[in-house]
Design a protein around this ligand. Sequence first.
Ligand code: MSK
Length: 666
Amino acid sequence: MNKIIKTANKEAAQVLAWGEARGIETCFSRAEKLKPCPIGESGACCKVCHMGPCRLVGKNAEEEGRGICGATLPVIAARNLARMVAAGTACHGDHGRDMVFTLLAVADGETKDFKIKDVKKLYRVAGIIGVEFEGRPVNDVAKDVAVKFMEDFGRQRGEINYIKRAPKKTQERWRKWGIVPRGIDREVAETLDRTTMGMDADADSILNHALKASLANGWGGSMISTDITDILFGTPNPIKAEASLGIFKDDEVNIVIHGHEPSLAEMIVDVVYEKEMIDYAKSKGAKGINLGGMCCTANEVMMRHGIPTAGGFTNQELGIMTGLIEAMVVDVQCIMPSLTRLAKKFHTKVITTSEKVRMPGAMHIAFDEHRAKEIAREIVKTAIDNFPNRRLEGSRVTERFPVIAGFSHEYIEYMQGGRWRASFRPLNDAIMAGRIRGVVGMAGCDNPRVPSTGMHKFLAIELIKNDVLVVSTGCSSASCGTAGFLTPEMALENAGPGLREVCEAIGIPPILHLGACVDNTRILTIASAMAAEGGLSDEIGGMPAVGIAPEFITEKAISIGCYFAASGVPVIFGGESPVEASKEVTKIMTEVWFERFMGALHFEPDPEKILAMALDYIDQARDRLKLRKYEPGKFGAERVLMDMAARRVLERAAAPHAGVGGINES
Ligand code: MSK
């Protein structure tokens, strides 16, 4: 019998095999044992009241099936999807809210540990949301920005602030279909209300509101989070880092920061470089302190500091199984509840830091932005104290892969023309000329139910071979990073001729790491800027662009997929559809949403079909825009892209001391 391949990542497979030989349970072994319930998996199970759960199965379930209350299959499937969106929006909304609280604490002078690092970005954001900034003290501007964003959470009527950031035509579509969010919390609450027993009984209406709740995530909670994180901790520029389960060091104290929120992580990054801490580590027999990340907290600190990542979601247990981690410090989201049980077999301390994430068996050191550094020091000391407890067992990995991360909206704009001519013109021109066929945003989790990371790897390679520029976030970036795909050399070795030329001219990888899950919003603002630049579509819909989440897991991913679809991007999720049972719901999410918004949400388990569907969407968009037909190696005339050398000459002449841009050494 063939052995089941559980992960496509070589280093992960090595650690997993080591653990399996010792009978250690992981998400991979649990996925093997626990088969999904086919009724729940396809969206046909209703458990919103206690007359059920009602399971609508059978040949004519779509037409004739009814729950005890009379709910039809499309209504049940639509409710299930809408509730996933609400949960995802709540998650990212809470993340955004916490960032607003931190900005407010800084503005009010209540914390000395955080500062506003990117004043330019603060002013840019202030300008967008209508906060006066000229000639005012920075903290006053920051306070007004924080207060205005806070209103976005609780607003009962009107529109959230960032709606105006989308192209006019995109906004018009939203207004026409009544899906402009009023307040982030309000749309989450209404989704739960509408989907209780005896409420909205029209699948289309339920799904329309799900889109509204998703926009409260994309153009609300997540976008607020990305922007405040940039304001507080700096807008990313390209930076070198490493990715692999092999980032841990035998002779140093290894600390992993895992989850999503960057505030405490930023403090830990500061503290591990303090001499007092390094000396303390040495006093315990270690040579130093080695900080690594996991999941999206990793993406946040990699983007700004070049901190290495040990990988995405499915690597968290495997990291502990290296036997080298003194402390796994977790904040929020995507933390496996199994960690504490597994950690007991090794010496790793799991440290929870959020009141929202408590785990039996973990040590809890609550984060408080008012005493951030003090708490970070306590955590790092706890890890150092644990170093002498390290045992010898564990599966050591040595291979590591270089990564270039740090592609923010601002840097992508800058790289196309330098400080003085920053724009999206060259990217639009390259697409119009057929050098770049289109753009794919690849996002979402890695999943133990498929060979984990394998779908990301397959699609990333095939897309760039087809001259498609890939922008990645979340665990998609981790999957590409731990495969060695996030380097400029990837363009030379694998990209199609047009994309390779563009990447070589600018000096960028063909897969651009844009950040964490919340940073999918960078894709929305980039698409909006491309629409404003002209020559392609004048709205987000209709661009030769597709979103793919090849191995999605979370409700957050569903919310993200919906806000992309509502914004005008066709989205393809890998795996079985959570609403497969209902043909009507599937039709609404694909055909109806495409008609209304030019976006769609598909589910497709076969990676070859995902690729074909994505390329087809891109080519159809090119046709509609009357762009040159894509043919590999044949391009139309376009402006010459400025390469790095030409850009530096221009900048030196204009501003001899300018320091923006270029790739930072980690
Ligand atoms: S961490 S949401 S497994 S991308 Fe953002 Fe990864 Fe998915 Fe969590």
